[in-house]
Structures are given as C-alpha cells and as structure tokens.
Design a protein around this ligand. Structure first.
Ligand code: ZN
Length: 360
C-alpha cells in the first residue's frame, strides 16, 4: 500500500513515505552506494534498519495533506536498544505535528532528555523514493537543534522499494548567525534612506512586543520593506502556553494583511551590540514569503541582521535556510493560484468602487 499526497501543503515534508510493514522475509536494509554520507559502523547501520522497520508501522493522521511522514530513531539505554517512532498529525487551520518532532519527543519520553540528547545519532524516515533533499521545515530544525547533538546528527532516508539507506548530514541545513556573511551598507542593494527606515523601524519595534518568559537576548524586532515602498514592523511575543509569535512572522503577516506580497528586505535587530538570533521557523516564514516575489519575477527577499551599532550581516533568505522545505518547490502552482486569486479579488474591488462612484 503506497500513500500518495492528494493535497500538498506547506506542512508536508519533502521526504515521502509509504505505510506497509515489511514481510518477515524482507531482506536487510543496506547502505545505498549513492548515499551522500558513508556509514561504516555496522551497529549504527543495523540500528538505522531497525528504526526504518519501526517507522514503517508508525501511525499518522494527515487529515489535510493526506501525506504520511513516518519517522523513528533508535537509542542505546542501559545496554539495550530503545526504538522511538513518530508520525505526523494535522489539525484545524493548517497546523501540524511533524513526524521527526513526534519521534524525538517520543525518545525524550522514553529515555529522558539527557540520554536522548546524547544518544540520538540519527532521525530515519521510511520513504517511497528518498528523492527529497530537505532537512525538514524551519520549526523542526529548531527542535532538533534544541534537543540533540545536532552538529553530528544524521538525516536518514530508507527507500522501501529496494530497502536502501540514504544518509545525509542534518547540519548541512544550518547556518549559524555568526557565520552569516558580513555585508557593507552599499552592498545590501537598498537606498541609504530605505535601509535606515528599516533599522529605525526594527529598533522601535523591539521596544514593544511581549517578553513574559523570553530572555532579552532572544527578544527581537523586525521590519520589512515591500516593493511598493511601505515599511512594516513587529516584535516577538510570547505567552504562557509557549506558542511564540516571531517578529519575522508578525511583520510578514502585516504585509500580507495589506495585500503586499513582494518584500525586498527583512531586517532583524536584537540587543544593541549583539547579532540577533533568527529562529529557523522565522527563516521558513521569510523563505516562503520570498517565493511570492520570485514567482512574480522579482529577486529573492534579503534577510538582514543588524547589530544596532551600524554593522550588518545579510544575504538572500535561502542562504539562511539551506536545503529548504517549501511549497514553492513542492507545489509551485499553489502560490500561483493564490496570487492570481488575490489579484482577481483586488480587480473586482476596484471595479465595484468605480461602479459605486458612478451611481453617486
Ligand atoms: Zn517540520
């Protein structure tokens, strides 16, 4: 039984999965000769195979996308192997618990956070093709970074059709803020006035927001400059349920509210004198939004980090989200259809206003 996506959406992961457990006589999983990372540890490879067989049977509930993501890992604990599986679930307006977060949370529940952090060496996905090269969405990257030794974490895909294992490095999907390219004002590609407007707006935004539980070094303000010349601003906001609303998400939601879908640059500022931390979830927002402009033939949105002291780091947003997961690559027609629908709506509004004006 092979599961196929029926309504590909943002929440869908790039690694497709299938849902049948292998029969008892299935051959063992073997490392693919095409695997980007060579694993020569037979114990680790055997654990990957065990995880893939367990993942094949993981329950999922993708009620929106119809796209099953089955993940698992195996950790050593008190001399025995512990298998933790996870499956994606979707609910409400498009929201989801993704498969890899589900599996890692399961591992934490089984062996505790310290053992999970030390012993989770890989996250494995049971797949029909292993064609995708994504390292998951931004939110999942944040979770992996927070709960594992992510610099050595392996991203494993098991192709069900030939039972081959394809191993990649999770860290290939990361770019630390300190490693982002330094950039001079003149190289950013914005008029000096526009750059200053962005800096002022982000600085002012950061004075607001909600930081009940957020450390000052994580509280940020963001601003965005649209192609129409408008500047938007927003600050981060937390709450007691820890459903953080990120500054970059907020500023882009404001632009979207005004129907402003082409953003030239987003600027983020944190504590004066420090480089702001930009969560991968925020980068995902920025990358997705940049796709709107790109689909209209515009350059990708720039993401700019400001230290509040006149220094900048910056690059097109995709530099900050290597190996992205995106609707732009998974289902580009969704963006085109959405923007066309918005344009028709705007046109109808103009026509109705003109008709109303003629009646007066
Ligand atoms: Zn995810």
């Amino acid at each position: 039984m092979t599961s196929r996506p029926t309504t590909p959406l943002l929440v869908v992961l790039a690694l497709s999965t299938v849902g049948c457990a292998p029969p008892a006589a299935s051959p063992p999983w073997t490392l693919s000769p095409d695997s980007p990372v060579v694993v020569d540890d037979p114990v680790l490879l055997a654990r990957m195979g065990r995880a893939l067989d367990a993942a094949a049977e993981a329950g999922t509930d993708p009620v929106i996308s119809g796209y099953h993501v089955r993940a698992a890992t195996v950790v050593e604990h008190w001399g025995r192997e512990v298998v933790a599986v996870g499956g994606n679930t979707e609910y409400g307006v498009p929201q989801a618990v993704h498969g890899e977060v589900s599996a890692l949370n399961h591992a934490t529940a089984l062996v505790g956070p310290d053992v999970a952090r030390r012993e989770v060496k890989f996250m494995a996905f049971h797949s029909s093709s292993c064609a995708g090269d994504s390292r998951g969405c931004g939110d999942c990257r944040d979770y992996m970074r927070a709960t594992t030794e992510y610099r050595s974490l392996l991203w494993v895909c098991g192709r069900a059709t030939d039972r081959t294992i394809h191993v990649r490095r999770f860290s290939d999907g990361l770019l630390d803020e300190d490693d982002a390219p330094d950039v001079e004002r003149a190289a950013i590609g914005l008029a000096a006035d526009d750059l200053q407007r962005l800096v002022d707006a982000a600085t002012e935004a950061r004075r607001g927001g909600v930081a009940l539980f957020t450390n000052p070094d994580r509280h940020t303000g963001a601003s965005a400059l649209s192609a129409s010349g408008r500047v938007y601003r927003a600050a981060g906001a937390d709450d007691a349920a820890f459903h953080y609303r990120f500054a970059v998400g907020g500023v882009l939601q404001q632009a979207a509210t005004e129907g402003d879908y082409v953003i030239r640059a987003i600027l983020v500022e944190g504590e004066p004198g420090s480089w702001p931390r930009v969560a991968y979830r925020e980068r995902q927002y920025a990358f997705e939004y940049s796709s709107f402009g790109v689909s209209r033939g515009q350059p990708p949105t720039w993401l700019i980090l400001s230290n509040g002291r006149g220094r900048f780091k910056g690059a097109p947003v995709e530099t900050f989200l290597p190996k992205p997961f995106s609707v732009a690559r998974f289902n580009p027609t969704a963006i085109e259809q959405f923007l066309s629908r918005q344009a028709r709506q705007d046109q109808q509004q103009v026509q109705q206003a003109a008709a109303t004006s003629q009646l007066r």
